[in-house]
Design a protein around this ligand. Structure first.
Ligand code: ATP
Ligand code: MG
Length: 441
């Protein structure tokens, strides 16, 4: 990665590019961007998020449920990861990276190897003999690994997390990057001494997730949702973002800021949560996170014990916390897009500004010179900018800029050359502000 950056940067800008810390991808002159906008999405692509992301040059469809993240798309994905990573680190998370290849024996211990029990496994044969699975989740391997690092109460608690490409043999993959057969998840696993220690951490994860959704721009439409619990607890908690593109149905109590998944929407559950049936509304939503308590069930299956202060063996209390990183990108694309194209929140946009120079006849050279100055000045200040320096008609450039969805468009044309004033258009609401270059940084 670094080696690659080095040779790219040497010829273009100084090695100490101030933007290197701010953006994942350094290339910002649109004339050199290999991904191009397209008028049409592939015919077999039915989801709106993938149609728009493909047309705008963010992703490329390899096959149903498998998409390439192109430079612009990768930058968005990395920006989402950065926010999630900061929130996980803030509550004590330690990042690691597990393997994709998984051992059959391990998953047999928890009775999750069988295709009848888990219906999304991809599996293969080793040339050397024996079967392997491809990671659709990592609870089993990380918990087994932790046995090497957990001996006494002094070694706990541990909160480990990763960003992984999960592989799942999903039956249907018609929701674009919202349901991939290959997708990026952040998964965290907690190892605590006691139920109290576990619960304190579990609640801090809820708070961290809610902060992350706020920062991603979807806080006001993302709700903590009570869902089916599984082996140990009555409920698990999902985070559901309201969108018609979602595959779930939830019942929302806006005043109480919570939702109940249709799966568990019963009189008994309503009573338990103190929710009135008349106060809820039925909405479609996408599950963007899901967190579970496993208690000591999994630890007992996988033999994860620690010695307490009295020297007695105790099972470790386990929690698991998933966050759908690539699904989140698809959901954000869906909920903010308008008839012209994508609209990115500033926190994850590949670039804050889309600088567009217009053709100018006699003034063309002056316009180019001014646009170059704006570009270099913003870059030097560490502001991210995509520079549409292509020789195209204004209409084409504006249409592309709308489709690609940077938060602000800076237009440099004849007028700017005359009075030094730049037109800054807000992609979300179309409002126009007139600014001097100094005011932009
Ligand atoms: P779903 O019910 O949507 O199939 P799940 O409950 O099987 O999801 P988890 O195992 O809880 O998913 O995974 C954690 C998170 O990963 C989910 O909350 C979701 O945001 C994301 N996720 C799950 N499956 C996919 C997928 N096929 N493509 C993209 N993201 C996914
Ligand atoms: Mg789930």
């Amino acid at each position: 990665m670094w080696g690659f950056c080095l040779c790219m940067q040497v010829s273009r800008v100084s090695l100490f590019d101030p933007l290197a810390q701010h953006v994942y991808n350094g290339l910002m002159r649109q004339s050199t961007l290999f991904s191009k906008t397209r008028k049409e999405a592939p015919k077999d692509e039915v989801s709106r998020n993938a149609q728009l992301l493909i047309r705008a040059g963010y992703i490329h469809k390899e096959m149903a449920g498998a998409y390439v993240y192109l430079p612009l798309g990768l930058t968005v994905l990395e920006n989402i990861k950065r926010i999630v990573r900061e929130e996980m680190n803030a509550i004590g998370g330690q990042e690691l990276l597990m393997t994709t290849l998984q051992r059959k024996e391990l998953w047999e211990k928890t009775d999750r190897w069988d295709d009848e029990k888990v219906d999304v496994w991809f599996k293969s044969q080793l040339a050397a003999g024996g079967e392997v699975g491809f990671g659709w989740s990592h609870e089993e391997p990380i918990s087994d690994m932790m046995r090497s690092y957990i001996a006494s109460y002094r070694d706990l608690p541990i909160y480990g997390y990763q960003f992984q490409t999960k592989l799942r043999n999903e039956l249907r993959a018609k929701s674009g990057i919202m349901r991939g057969r290959e997708f990026v998840m952040k998964d965290m696993y907690s190892y605590a001494r006691t139920t109290e220690e576990h619960e304190t951490f579990y609640n801090s994860v809820i708070a961290a997730y809610l902060r992350a959704y706020d920062r991603l721009g979807v806080g006001d439409r993302t709700f903590l949702t009570f869902s089916s619990g599984g082996a140990f607890t009555e409920f698990s908690h999902e985070f559901q973002t309201i969108t018609d593109a979602g595959e779930d149905v939830v019942y929302l109590d806006r005043a109480k800021k919570l939702a109940i998944n249709k799966e568990v929407f019963t009189e008994a559950v309503l009573a338990k949560l103190g929710v009135n049936k008349s106060d809820v509304e039925e909405v479609k939503a996408a599950e963007v996170g899901n967190i579970f308590s496993f208690g000591d069930v999994k630890s007992k299956q996988l033999d994860v014990y620690y010695r307490d202060e009295k020297g007695e063996q105790q099972p470790v209390i386990l929690g698991s916390y998933g966050f759908g990183v690539s699904r989140m990108m698809g959901v954000i694309a869906e909920v903010f897009a308008d008839e012209k194209g994508l609209v990115w929140p500033e926190s994850i946009a590949p670039h804050k500004y889309h600088l567009v120079s217009l053709p100018g006849g006699d003034d063309a050279a002056k316009i180019t010179a001014l646009a170059d100055t704006v570009y270099e000045t913003l870059r030097a200040k560490g502001v991210t900018v995509l520079y549409d320096d292509r020789d195209l008609r204004a209409g084409e450039k504006f249409a592309d800029s709308d489709l690609m969805g940077m938060p602000y468009r800076i237009v440099v044309g004849k007028k700017s050359v005359a009075d030094g004033v730049l037109e800054v258009v807000n992609r979300k609401d179309g409002t126009v502000a007139l600014k001097k270059l100094e005011e932009l940084t």
